[in-house]
Design a protein around this ligand. Sequence first.
Ligand code: GLY
Ligand code: MN
Ligand code: MN
Length: 449
Amino acid sequence: MNSSRITAADPNALHTLYEAHLAEQQRRTEHALRRGGFDALLIASGIEKFAFLDDRPYVFQPNPHFKLWVPLVRHPDSWLVIRPGHKPRLVYVQPEDYWHVPPEAPSGFWVEHFELIVVRKAEEALPYLQLPGNLAIVGEADAALGDIIPNNPPEVLNPLHYARAVKTGYELLRLREASALGAKAHLASQRAFRDGLSEAGIHRAYLESCGLAERDLPYGNIVALNEHAAVLHYQYQDERAPAQSLSLLVDAGAHSCGYASDITRTTGNGDAAFQALIDAMDAAQLRLVDQVRAGVDYRDIHLASHREIAGVLRQLGIVKMDEEAMLAQGVTSAFLPHGIGHLLGLQVHDIGGFMAGEDGGTIAKPQGHPYLRLTRVLQPGMVVTIEPGLYFIPMLLEKLRATPAAASVDWALVKHLSAFGGVRIEDDVACREAGAPENLTRDAFAALA
Ligand code: GLY
Ligand code: MN
Ligand code: MN
């Protein structure tokens, strides 16, 4: 089935995809339990956590193992029980609580696939978890309930984490939905930029467009005007607009049923030099996306991104140096000081990016590239981000100034472009069996055009 044409509005197709997704998770889990010598897998959704000495809860972050099975993200204290040859059991905690909105009665496309047990108190889950045999219990330590204490056996977790990099058709559907929602909101953020809004105002335009509250985002939106775009994980949003809005970098995603998108776009104000940089980076990004193919070592895409940056620096006259010499002298790392991307799924930085195999082990990062988050060989069904950037980061430029390469830098152009902060372009990309990859993000923008 070509799942790329299926939407959640097509209930039969959704049902078929979800059924196949669960069958695959069941297969992976039975395999992992066998390898580890366990009889059942228990998964805690997690507990709500509170500020120290206070009664204010943090935003609940469900255990990704839990939301792999069920599209539930606001459900602390619930549990899953997975056993070979059994329908998965969901112990669903629906407290009687007039202080908060408790989870609704379970309903939806997923319900029929579970042995559903609804309880009113977290403790009441215990008898449904106390099974005979050797139990693999996945969760944080604070999710412990009576004698059900998370042990997180690596023999079980490693094969599950390794396998999770390859998405099912159902997961691809959710990731496409997350990209569609994010793309729509990015367009709204660009309109807000052109209207001269502040970072906080642009952020609010983003939220309004995707219909998500701040607490429902997969990560804190990065909304950066001007020099703030040079701060890789800029964490504030100024309420006051700058005197002149030169550039906007938004790194923001959305969620669909627990699956994330992670999208970055950079917009200029029409300045020719900065627009030339955006255009060059866009072309380079697309060439890197095209390398997301089965059998490709992701580290090679990262290394290729530095060759692309060298090309952009030379082409735009920012650094007048031979590209090979730029690479040899580490010049590109002053402008691109992060990895080319990572696995994406239930977590924005999905787990398992360095795993050598299902028994664990680590695939090393290339020497001199400490921030790369994915070192595996790509397989069909893996979803990764491709997010090259080129920034004018004062701290790194100062270091570059102290090297022999400084003589080849057009510092006047660097000064001009520094006011724009930098450029990052990030798409979510699925590796296919053969041929060119699926670009979830570009497809989503194209559908909106
Ligand atoms: N939004 C964080 C990242 O791009 O990895
Ligand atoms: Mn990313
Ligand atoms: Mn991002």
